[in-house]
Design a protein around this ligand. Structure first.
Ligand code: GDP
Length: 452
């Protein structure tokens, strides 16, 4: 991967807008822009200054623009960066980008600006990934985890662990150099306590993933219960009308947005709501099995009963559901039809009473939903892992360290110890990008949007 050329892309969403921002990055960014810009001579201007002028294609004025300059290394990519704010016409933007390409720039690939920021040492790999997460964040909690990762708490924690391990790796390498002579440069007790300490940190980080994942991707929820208990009525009550209107404005497909709700900044994603909306007959035809499969994917089950079901049936069903090992909120719907005496009996069980049709009890239900997923409040410097790639690398590091510990307690030669320490270093390094392959980078950055 080389970055000695200059890349260009639209940084704002395509389509019509008040303004569009075109970004150039690379050694010739200033020269290329200067060639077609009429205004001040950009090549003699200071970094972090803004200049008004026109962009011309020959005699044709394409637009009046504002040009912002970021001179290397004081820019996002650490290269010369020029950002041109144009009027947000698709025609203007396309014409200017084409003009830049004719003048010597190349169209940027997805994520190429951030890739350069990484390759030029502006950020490590996990921070670069956090940039993509930040752009994709759609709730207070997904925003929080992305922001923390981007600010580098996780990176510096891993860097610290790696440095300590590198010290030992080099000591053990020294022992290998001495070959047959029976010398120990690396103090085994110190190595053991270091390994245990790192193990504890890894354990904490890996355990944080459950919460991190939920914060980033939302909590998968299933609404289940017999036909006609009011599942789709409840779903509609939970997905309030506001959302439907918002989705129309955003021009997004209703399905994706419709099936999410947010409580206190945490997103809950309803699984297989299409199934819920199917007629009762279809659900019955497909049987309980499918419902079970669906429930297993959930991190929370909203299980509905209706006023017709007796206490024995409810108790039995709750006991059976408990076997799934997934938090369950038991809900009695149609409370408007419930005789006060029956309600009294049912109150002995841990149930929420609602009337989905009349939107009664919905707020209490939401409080219970939040309580059941039990997200800890996280502080600004808590390190939360939310990326599956990171958690997998952390687990592999943990396994390598297990082998180190085994090696320390058993008659294992230094070369095996050295190999396992190196493996641990490798996996830790993969997270921050201290160790990378082209495939890994390609895989990560191709998922970015163009212009970032
Ligand atoms: P599903 O098959 O579980 O999705 O059930 P539906 O949501 O389609 O509801 C079945 C029937 O119960 C419909 O006629 C609803 O209007 C009715 N229903 C839903 N919630 C309530 C409620 O709170 N009170 C009453 N009385 N009827 C309800």
């Amino acid at each position: 991967m080389t970055n000695n050329d200059t890349i260009v892309a639209l940084a704002t969403p395509s389509g019509i807008g008040a303004i569009g921002v075109i970004r150039l990055s690379g050694p010739d960014a200033l020269t290329i822009c200067n060639t077609v810009f009429k205004g001040r001579d950009l090549s003699v201007q200071a970094s972090h200054t803004i200049h008004f002028g026109t962009i011309r294609d020959g005699e044709v004025i394409l637009d009046e623009v504002l040009v912002s300059l970021f001179i290397a290394p004081h820019s996002y990519t650490k290269e010369n960066v020029v950002e041109i704010s144009t009027h947000g016409s698709a025609y203007i933007i396309e014409s200017i980008i084409k003009l830049f390409i004719r003048t010597g720039a190349r169209a940027a690939k997805p994520g190429e600006f951030t890739l350069r920021a990484f390759l030029n040492g502006g950020m490590d790999l996990s921070q670069a990934e956090a940039v993509a997460d930040l752009i994709a964040s759609n709730s207070a909690s997904s925003h929080l985890v992305a922001m923390q990762q981007m600010r580098g708490g996780f990176s510096s924690e891993l860097k610290g662990l790696r440095e300590q391990l590198i010290h030992f790796a080099s000591m053990i390498e020294l022992e290998l150099d001495f070959g047959e002579e029976d010398v120990e440069f690396a103090n085994r007790d110190q190595l053991r306590s270091l390994t245990l300490a790192i193990h504890a940190v890894l354990y904490r980080l890996i355990s944080s993933f459950e919460q991190g994942n939920v914060m980033k991707n939302g909590v998968p929820v299933v609404i289940a219960g017999k036909p006609n208990v009011g599942k789709s009525t409840l779903l509609n009550a939970l997905l309030n009308e506001e959302r439907a209107i918002v989705s129309e404005f955003a021009g997004t497909t209703r399905d994706t947005i419709e099936d999410e709700m947010s409580i206190n900044g945490v997103v809950f994603r309803f699984i297989d709501t299409a199934g819920i909306r199917e007629t009762a007959d279809v659900i019955e035809a497909q049987g309980v099995l499918r419902t079970r499969e669906k429930m297993k994917q959930a991190r929370l089950i909203l299980y509905l009963f209706d006023s017709e079901q007796g206490i024995e049936e409810i108790e039995e069903q709750l006991a059976e559901l408990a076997l799934l090992g997934i938090p369950i909120v038991g809900i009695v719907n149609k409370s408007d039809l419930l005789a006060p005496a029956v309600m009294e009996v049912l109150k002995g069980l841990e149930l929420i009473f609602i009337s989905a049709r009349d939107k009664v009890g919905i707020e209490e239900l939401k409080v219970e939903v939040l309580r059941k997923v039990n997200l800890h409040r996280i502080n600004n410097d808590d390190v939360i892992v939310s990326n599956i790639r990171h958690v997998e690398a952390l687990k592999k590091t943990e396994e390598a360290l297990d082998r180190v510990l085994y090696g320390l307690d058993n008659p294992v030669t230094s070369d095996f110890l050295a190999m396992d320490i190196k493996q641990a270093l490798y996996y830790l390094g993969e997270i921050t990008g201290a160790v990378t392959t082209d495939d890994l980078l390609e895989n990560i950055f191709s998922k970015f949007c163009i212009g970032k």
